[in-house]
Design a protein around this ligand. Structure first.
Ligand code: SF4
Length: 254
């Protein structure tokens, strides 16, 4: 890479990472910013299209990296991910981002900031974990997320959570109609389609949203048969009342 990157923004195709990308470009300029899209090969076509669209919208480079796909990870682990066991996030997102950050810092001989679109108001867990995090402070990566290695800090890579205090409405106000069209289809999360670690109701909505959702259901059904396990966690398949919660891993859902 010939240019010097001052800020890297992990983008998922979701609104929170998009607003971070926009803010980073406002601060550093599009020539000093890159987006990093960690492709889990399990995303909705509209998300892939949106990533491409963002490149033109912001005149920014967005690099795609992939180290496998969600269903292969499930086969390898002989299980589906859950709220507590997110091997796919670790392998397909965190590991890929970590390797890319180390490569970039080494390649350009200098560190950079990484802006993550995490918002505290997304969940109690985040509110508690990041209650003392300040939006304009820089933090060593392993302080923000324990899975990141300490050597990244030594390479000059520092994390910032610029929208940690934002409400969802602030994000929509800033982005207007520039957001991923999945939101206007009533799907309020993007990332894997669906996140297999999400609530059963959430998965059911995604599997029934459109033709692609139904294709995903078939792909998952094949793996269910191989593993002898259901992707749904509740005994009745799924329960609308209490299983509609969303997956709130901020690495995936930004
Ligand atoms: S969005 Fe869900 S299925 Fe996809 S990598 Fe993250 S935890 Fe795994």
């Amino acid at each position: 890479m010939s240019k010097i990157v001052k800020c890297l923004v992990p983008v998922s195709g979701g609104k929170d990472s998009q607003v971070c990308l926009e803010l980073a470009i406002e601060k550093f300029g599009s020539d000093s910013v890159i987006g990093l899209f960690c492709d889990t090969q399990f995303e909705h076509p509209l998300t892939y299209e949106h990533i491409e669209k963002m490149k033109g919208m912001y005149g920014v480079e967005i690099i795609t990296r992939s180290d496998g796909d969600v269903l292969s990870e499930c086969r390898k682990r002989k299980r589906f991910p859950s709220d507590n066991v997110r091997f796919c996030t670790n392998h397909l997102k965190i590991r890929v981002t970590k390797n890319f950050c180390a490569w970039l810092a080494k390649n350009q001989g200098d560190g950079f900031e990484v802006w993550y679109g995490m918002r505290r108001k997304e969940s109690h867990g985040r509110a508690k974990r990041y209650e003392h995090t300040i939006d304009d402070e820089l933090y060593p990566p392993h302080i923000i997320l324990a899975n990141y290695p300490k050597y990244l800090e030594k390479m000059g890579v520092m994390f910032r959570l610029p929208i940690c205090d934002w409400h969802e409405r602030d994000v929509y106000e800033k982005l207007g109609d520039k957001v991923n069209p999945l939101y206007s289809k009533g799907f309020d999360r993007v990332g894997c389609f669906p996140c297999l670690a999400g609530g059963d109701g959430f998965k059911d909505i995604a599997f029934n949203l459109d033709d692609f959702g139904r294709e995903q259901r078939e792909r998952v059904r094949v793996v269910e048969k191989e593993l002898g396990k259901s992707v749904f966690t509740s005994k009745r398949g799924y329960q609308k009342d209490n299983e509609n919660q969303l997956s709130l891993c901020f690495v995936c859902q930004i």
